[in-house]
Design a protein around this ligand. Structure first.
Ligand code: AP5
Length: 213
């Protein structure tokens, strides 16, 4: 399976992608995670990306297209993959189509996870993650067993720098301006499915399984 997960910030792409990837034994390729690792490691790419991410703006297309070009050709991606948060502009989608044609492959599903703006700010500002193992939760909707501590490894939970209310609002505005036009790019294709992202994590997961069947 070669999958694309689209949807606004906080729609639940990462939450659902982890489960789907485990079930299908395919890698979750999140441009956000790759960029955050580059920022943390202070690589040249990380230093370039940092100011865009801190402001809630998109990192330039050339940077993220380069990431995906390299990543989907790695050995663990030969049996399929899930692209989480890529493409995010029409230029990125066109570059992905060209790359897949060059590689002689194609996508099996493009899934759009739809959640109204009114729910998204609460999802983003309440998110906490564990920097040690990557485990994630929500202070209200999926709280950790011990406040502030990771359920998986016991490490201290942190809030992502771009999950402050002001930056989250800009990320949503950026989504509507630059990413939502992508729906028109994909929606006439038979591989496109729109999924309602409101409800419990299990309910959304069941809808996703139906869309992937
Ligand atoms: P990225 O990391 O991709 O962030 P995003 O798209 O904004 O998505 P999020 O990770 O915030 O949300 P999500 O949909 O994965 O939700 P989650 O499952 O965590 O990108 C960050 C930045 O990197 C961008 O702003 C940009 O600067 C740059 N970037 C990345 N890709 C790029 C690209 N292609 N081009 C250019 N720049 C790029 O869920 C959120 C919270 O909600 C969690 O706390 C979760 O527990 C909770 N939750 C999940 N599901 C439910 C549910 N059903 N009910 C209640 N709560 C739920």
């Amino acid at each position: 399976m070669r999958l694309v997960f689209m949807g606004p910030p906080g729609a639940g792409k990462g939450t659902q992608a982890r489960r789907i990837c485990e079930e299908l034994s395919i890698p979750q390729i999140s441009t956000g995670d790759i960029l955050r690792a580059a920022v943390k490691n202070e690589t040249a790419m990380g230093l370039e990306a940092k100011r865009y991410m801190e402001a809630g703006d998109l990192v330039p297309d050339s940077v993220v297209i380069g990431i995906i070009r390299d990543r989907i050709q790695e050995p663990d991606a030969q049996g399929g993959y899930l692209l989480d948060g890529f493409p995010r502009t029409v230029a990125q989608a066109e570059a992905l189509d060209a790359l897949l044609e060059e590689l002689g492959s194609g996508l099996d599903r493009v899934i759009d996870l739809a959640v109204p703006d009114s729910d998204l700010i609460a999802r983003l500002t309440g998110r906490r993650t564990c920097p040690a193992c990557g485990w994630g939760c929500h202070v209200l909707f999926a709280p950790p067993k011990v406040e502030g501590k990771c359920d998986s490894c016991g490490g201290d939970l942190v809030q992502r720098a771009d999950d402050s209310e002001a930056t989250a609002k800009n990320r949503l505005a950026t989504y509507h301006e630059q990413t939502s036009p992508l729906l028109d790019y994909y929606k006439s294709r038979p591989i496109f499915r729109a999924i309602e992202g409101v409800g419990t994590v299990d309910e959304v997961y069941q809808r996703l399984q139906g869309a992937l069947a």
